[in-house]
Design a protein around this ligand. Structure first.
Ligand SMILES: [Cu+2]
Length: 191
């Protein structure tokens, strides 16, 4: 009875405070699995429209989560440095792995049953790309940034332009790392 009352209270709190109700499936799942306090989740869709991330220029507060959703056919996300667009920034850079997703037979939207989340740990820009080499996604412009410095010449368009000049293949990490890969909280969400 007591716990039931607590649950009701917890459910009512966002209404009382005027804050939007958190989505429990995303709020409590930080990459380290320990976060208890509500966090903002920024959703990014890989593959909408075509070889792009949407949105691709994300402003996210420190402590928030960026959650990547994956559309057909087989995308990924890897952290790069600004100066080297289609390669992992370093040995610790995040890598989501690949997300093969078939197109629905009827042409309707489909997305991966899994997502990849990263935590925004500081206010430095986080440059990223898709490492799919079939179709050369990074070189074709499938890149993005979290917290670009808008007073800097290091813009997303310069990063994309440099990616287009990369002759070789895109790099990946040996393992999925630097984030949390798990069940998609909204696999039937229309994208
Ligand atoms: Cu891709």
């Amino acid at each position: 009875m007591f716990s039931q009352a607590l649950l009701l209270l917890a459910a009512a709190l966002p209404l009382i405070s005027g804050a939007p109700a958190p989505n429990p499936s995303t709020v409590q799942r930080a990459p380290d699995g320990t976060a208890a306090s509500p966090r903002t989740t920024h959703t990014v869709v890989a593959g909408r429209p075509g070889l792009r991330f949407d949105p691709e220029n994300i402003v996210a507060e420190v402590g928030s989560i960026v959650e990547f959703h994956f559309l057909p056919l087989n995308h990924s996300v890897v952290e790069a440095s600004f100066g080297s667009p289609c390669q992992p920034k370093d040995a610790a850079s995040f890598f989501s792995g690949f997300f093969p997703v078939p197109r629905n037979a009827d042409g309707s939207a489909s997305q991966s049953a899994e997502v990849f989340q990263i935590e925004v740990k500081d206010d430095k820009p986080i440059w990223f790309y898709c490492a799919q080499n079939t179709g050369r996604h990074c070189q074709s412009g499938m890149v993005g940034v979290v917290n670009q410095r808008f007073d800097s010449g290091n813009t997303l368009e310069v990063f994309r332009g440099n990616a287009a000049k990369v002759q070789g293949a895109s790099g990946v990490q040996a393992v999925v790392q630097g984030g949390w890969r798990g069940a998609n909280p909204n696999p039937l969400g229309g994208f």
